[in-house]
Design a protein around this ligand. Structure first.
Ligand SMILES: [Zn+2]
Length: 420
């Protein structure tokens, strides 16, 4: 599976010759001939991508560059013939042989479909969608004297071995024939309490070190009543939900499906809450902005905590060829530095590298009429700068805004963002 560093690498990649190829392969449900159909679909997609490339290549230099994309497309078609249509994994390939770049990743088979795109940048929306709102989720299984920790990421569950060090079991001498039974019982209860206390401490440290951002607990109800009072309040706040399980013999598949169900419920609820909060904050000129123009500005000001984008949102903007500033007004000259601009076809895709690099929480909002009314793009802010809360901008404000924008970094500052 893919790591954060690898996603950052993809987010930064750019090919001026527009030969960066992104291939997402979603296996179809197992049935006869499915595998063959998948290979045919990829072939069709490759043919279409090639046709588009050729229509764009008017100069001989461009044609030469597109030869490399053609070679990548051939490799993808060949690869797709080897991909097994068993539904176990989806696959993503990012390639640009002009720059000697080729990366292959397995993904959970939850993509919306097979896609093949060739552009100046890699197509990251399917990845951003899979990553969900945040990457780090810990699943903790607990009983009276054991604990296990799992990482759940991109549909994959991995156990962290040796994360919890079990308490040394003191030598048991329970006396003869129950003589000392009462004492032994008290000692067992005391050991359990110590164990839960220690676990609570370990979890607090793990959250502080960002080993995970949120967690899910699997334990028996009787243990929960003993464990809960030991949790630090900030640890308790990060708990998304709980399921009932024993610790030693539960299958990975059971843990994964329980945890994913809890996470999906939580995410849906959280997304709804953030939408409501953002809209109400925006109405009162507080920590919320709506509409593409304001969202782009808040991104450049470094104010955005959570970004909300309509699931099918497509917005247009221009990108400055000089400083990388993105503007929702289709202007030919950059209002920040005066250089020429070029059109960005899908601004929601264009801001993803920035969003990924800055670890901004991201939700794709589905079927929400209220969100639709405010323009299908909005952001909840960590803070709201003075300039942003003024509806009327004086020239002095605009200048201050520019310098602030520079401090925080323009959205496309380190690379161009325009598609095509
Ligand atoms: Zn500029």
């Amino acid at each position: 599976m893919i790591t954060r560093e690898q996603i950052h690498e993809l987010a930064q990649f750019e090919d001026q010759g527009a030969c960066a190829l992104s291939f997402y392969f979603q296996p179809s449900a197992p049935r006869n001939k499915a595998h063959k159909e998948e290979a045919i679909l990829t072939k069709d997609l490759a043919r279409e991508a090639l046709r588009q490339l050729e229509s764009k290549s008017t100069t001989s230099k461009a044609k030469e560059k597109h030869e490399s994309a053609r070679a990548d497309l051939d490799l993808i078609v060949r690869l797709s013939q080897d991909l097994r249509g068993n539904g176990a994994h989806a696959k993503a390939v990012f390639a640009c042989s002009a720059q000697g770049f080729w990366r292959e990743y397995d993904l959970p088979a939850q993509l919306s479909g097979t896609e093949l795109l060739v552009n100046r940048h890699f197509h990251l929306k399917p990845l951003a969608r899979l990553l969900g709102a945040f990457p780090g989720l810990g699943v903790v299984l607990v009983d009276r004297h054991r604990a296990r920790l799992f990482d759940l990421r991109l549909g994959e569950l991995n156990e962290r071995e040796g994360f919890f060090h079990p308490l040394p079991r003191r030598g048991r001498s329970d006396g003869f024939a129950g003589y000392d039974a009462g004492h032994a019982e008290r000692r067992v209860a005391d050991e359990a309490r110590q164990h839960f206390k220690l676990l609570a401490e370990v979890l607090k440290n793990a959250l502080e070190k960002h080993i995970f951002e949120h967690w899910i607990l699997g334990c028996q109800d009787t243990h929960w009543s003993q464990f809960e009072p030991q949790l630090h309040s900030e640890v308790a706040q990060k708990l998304l939900g709980r399921f009932s399980t024993e610790v030693a013999h539960v299958s990975l598949e059971t843990i994964r499906s329980q945890a994913e169900r809890i996470f999906a419920d939580w995410q849906k609820k959280r997304c709804g809450e953030v939408v409501r909060e953002t809209i109400s904050q925006a109405r009162s000129n507080g920590r919320g902005v709506t509409g593409l123009r304001r969202v782009l500005r808040s991104l450049e000001m470094g104010e955005v905590q959570t970004l909300l984008v309509g699931d099918n949102y497509i917005g247009q903007a221009v990108e400055c060829t000089g400083c990388g500033h993105l503007d929702a007004h289709i202007v030919s000259l950059c209002p920040v530095c005066g250089k020429e601009t070029r059109e960005v076809v899908d601004v929601a895709e264009a801001i993803l590298p920035w969003v990924i690099r800055h670890d901004i929480e991201l939700f794709y909002v589905k079927d929400d009429p209220e969100f639709d009314k405010v323009g299908n793009i909005a952001a909840l802010l960590r803070f709201r700068s003075e300039q942003n809360s003024n509806n009327v901008r004086s020239i002095a404000d605009a200048v201050a805004n520019q310098s602030l924008g520079r401090q925080a970094g323009l959205v496309g500052r380190y690379r161009g963002l325009a598609s095509g």
